[in-house]
Design a protein around this ligand. Sequence first.
Ligand code: NAP
Length: 304
Amino acid sequence: MTGWNASDIPDQSGRTAVVTGANSGIGYITARELARKGARVVLACRSEARGTAALERLRSEVPGAQAGFEQLDLGDLSSVRKFAGSHGSGERLDLLINNAGVMALPQGRTADGFETQFGVNHLGHFALTGLLLPRLLDTPGARVVSVSSGFHALADVDIADLNSERRYRRWIAYGRSKTANLLFIHELARKLAARGSDVVAASAHPGYASTNLATQGVRMEGRKAVERVIELGNRVIAQSAEAGALPTLYAATAPGVLPDSFTGPSLMMWRGAPATSWRARRTLDDAAGERLWAASEQLTGVTF
Ligand SMILES: NC(=O)c1ccc[n+]([C@@H]2O[C@H](COP(=O)([O-])OP(=O)(O)OC[C@H]3O[C@@H](n4cnc5c(N)ncnc54)[C@H](OP(=O)(O)O)[C@@H]3O)[C@@H](O)[C@H]2O)c1
C-alpha cells in the first residue's frame, strides 16, 4: 500500500456515494476526492448552512462535480429515517461512508436520549446503515466504510451501560463509541458473509489529522486557552485533512480491500500512507459484536 494517494482512486463514474459529516475535515475531503473521480456524491450533513457552503466549495474545487447536499442529523433518529426514506429502493448506492463524528464533548444527550458520542458516532450510523442496506445489497460491489479511531483503545463498549449513565468520562465515552464502530463493522461483515453478499464492510481511521474535531468540545465550554493549544497541535503535529482522508478513500475504493479490515496511516497510526492498522483484539470478538448489534437494534428500533 506504500505511497497510495488520492490519484490512485479508481474511476468512480456511474457510482453513488453517501458521505456523512461531509461539510468538514475528513468527510469533506473524502466527498471531494470521490467526486473528482466521477462519483455522484451526497453530502449528508446536519447543518443546512454548513452543508450548502461545503457543496459550493466542492463545486468550485471540482468543476462539473455531481454533488448534492441532504440534511442528516445522526443525533436524531427521525432525521436518519427521513434521510434514508428519501432514497428510493431502485436507486443504487455504491459507497456509504460513515464518517461523521464528535469527540470528547461535555455530557449531553441526542434527541432520542442517548449519550451524545455513542448516539451520534455509533447508533446514528447503525440505524442509517440498516435503513440503507437494501440499496447496498442491490448494488454490485458496494462498500460500507466506518471511520473509527486509534482512540478506540481507550475503552471497551460497556454493554451494561451503553449511555454512560453510571459515570460520564468524555474520553472514555469517545473510546467506547469508536470501539463500537469497529465492532459494528466486524459484525456487519460476518452477517454479509453469512448471506453470501459481496458488499464489503470495512473500517478506517485518519491518524491525527487537522480538522475541527478536537476543538468542538472545548469551544462549547469556552475554554479558549485549551482551544489555542489544540489549534497549535493541529498546525504543528497533525497531518492534513487531505492525508487523513486517505485511509477512508483507500478502504472505500482500492481493489481487494478485505471485509472487516482496518486501514490507517502507516507510521505509528499517526501519519503516512494507508496501511493495515493495529486494532484491539476485543474489536474482533464475535460475541461482543452480537451483543452490541442486538442492543443497537433494540435502542434504535432498526433491525437488519
Ligand atoms: N481528525 C482526527 O485526527 C481524527 C482522528 C481519529 C478519528 N477521527 C474521526 O474522523 C471522523 C471525521 O472527523 P473530522 O476529524 O473530520 O472532524 P470534523 O472536522 O469535526 O468533522 C466532523 C463532521 O461530523 C459532523 N457531525 C457531528 N455531529 C453530527 C450529527 N449529529 N449529525 C451529522 N453530522 C454530524 C460535523 O458536522 P458539523 O460541522 O455540523 O459539526 C462534521 O461535518 C470522525 O468520526 C472522527 O471520530 C478523526
